[in-house]
Write a protein that binds this ligand. Sequence first.
Ligand code: SAM
Length: 219
Amino acid sequence: MTVNMASACGCGTPVPYACLQRGERVLDLGCGTGDDVAQAAALVGEAGHVFGLDKSLEMLQRAVENAAVRELANVSFLEGAIESIPLADGSIDVVISNCVINLSHSRPAALREARRVLAPGGRFLAADLLVAKAGLPSEMATNAALVLGCSNELWTAEHYAQELEDAGFNMVSVEVFARVPWRQLEAQAHKTGHAGLLGTLDPFVVHDALASALVRGCA
Ligand SMILES: C[S@@+](CC[C@H](N)C(=O)[O-])C[C@H]1O[C@@H](n2cnc3c(N)ncnc32)[C@H](O)[C@@H]1O
């Protein structure tokens, strides 16, 4: 049996930036097939625990199978929505997420829920997509996001930081680490079935206009 990584679809590598310590309790929002869960599990060790939350039973099934192949004893997978996390207040030390918040039908609710489950002093660290070019026409921003597989209008870094503060986080930061070039949009459009939208995008304008960012906050 081999680890199934067919769904690997994140937009970053949040785990190395989460500064995980042995014994910590971690929650991965939208865990997919559990690759970030596995990385986190190795860092928190036997005294720690990592929860993977996803709304898709198919993804969770693959995550459970992958965890068994990896012989992970300190992980659990939960079915549920990131807008209504099935965990108690203050029960988690670190919330991570890889390219999922942008998919939420209520991003403010997802951020409030992440803040609610964090213990005092807890940390939130997500990789996510955003708009990184000022003045990008809104129709082009919407269509470029659709091309990347995101049905929501993407936030700017400033908007994201404000939403984190509104959700109750302190010491927030939003740091772009990779922009999305035109060639990547072209390639992704075919994968997401939105090749028809490419004609609505001006390559010169949308080139490097969307980006992956590390989004941080403290409880
Ligand atoms: C882009 S994939 C990212 C998966 C994983 N984090 C990774 O980096 O490979 C999005 C995942 O988030 C899950 N997801 C999307 N919206 C969700 C929501 N509102 N609540 C829970 N899971 C969600 C999907 O089922 C899918 O597994």
